[in-house]
Design a protein. Sequence first.
Length: 276
Amino acid sequence: MDPSGGETVGIRAIERAMNVLQELNLQPINTIAQLHARTKLPKPTLVRILKTLEDAGYVENDVREGGYRVAALVTSLSSGFHKGPLVVEAGRAWAVAITRKHKWPTAIALPDYDGVIIRFSTVPDSPVSPFHSTVNRRLNLLTRGMGLAYFAFLEGEEADLITDVLQRSDDPENVLSHHPAELARLVRKVRANGYATRSSLVEPRNSNTIAVPIISKSGKVLASLGLTWFTSAFSSEQEACARYAPVLHSAASAIADDLERLSRSISIEAENPAGS
């Protein structure tokens, strides 16, 4: 008997539970059927995971609403995390300002190996957000607006390295990496437009996201800044992009300026610590 077999099963169970918890965090109420559709986990497995999370205090079964929701205890899982990337600190105010003026939620996503992760979102500030929560949500690079806005503006070896990683992935959303000519055309289109949008082939289809890269003064792609809207609010994707692309470009440029000032300030403080 393989002594590591039990450990492997245990790790897989933890991964599944974390996946379910992440999905629960995206909507205020989730039914078993909805979670099954999104996670592809068997319903009996979902029931066991939800019961375990409920017993631990992280999930509530709301009988009146007919579904499951995250409980307040989940906030304790992030209570020990205090450090935020500088680009998020520099971009926070700009993202909030966009949502206050245009109402739609905005977000900042940072690279994470073969994807991007949303590190800041104004979903709580938006009266018309399509989502319940997006912070810490991981997005693919080739099908998601915020992922593609980052990937398309990478240069040279960095772009080649990530493309190679995507080609070894079995994720259906990375299939375009196996078609170099098509991928190159998409990258050229995104660069020509100056922004990326979500692929029409992926869910959710009742909303869309436009995103632009946040590029440092030295030319390095640091993150992406995106805005999400309900597709029913505009007659076409082009109409929404024409309205919001300039807004996002202006904010991304301002974020880069603020990031440079913030970095200089931190460097000066490090060289001249208080009381030295």
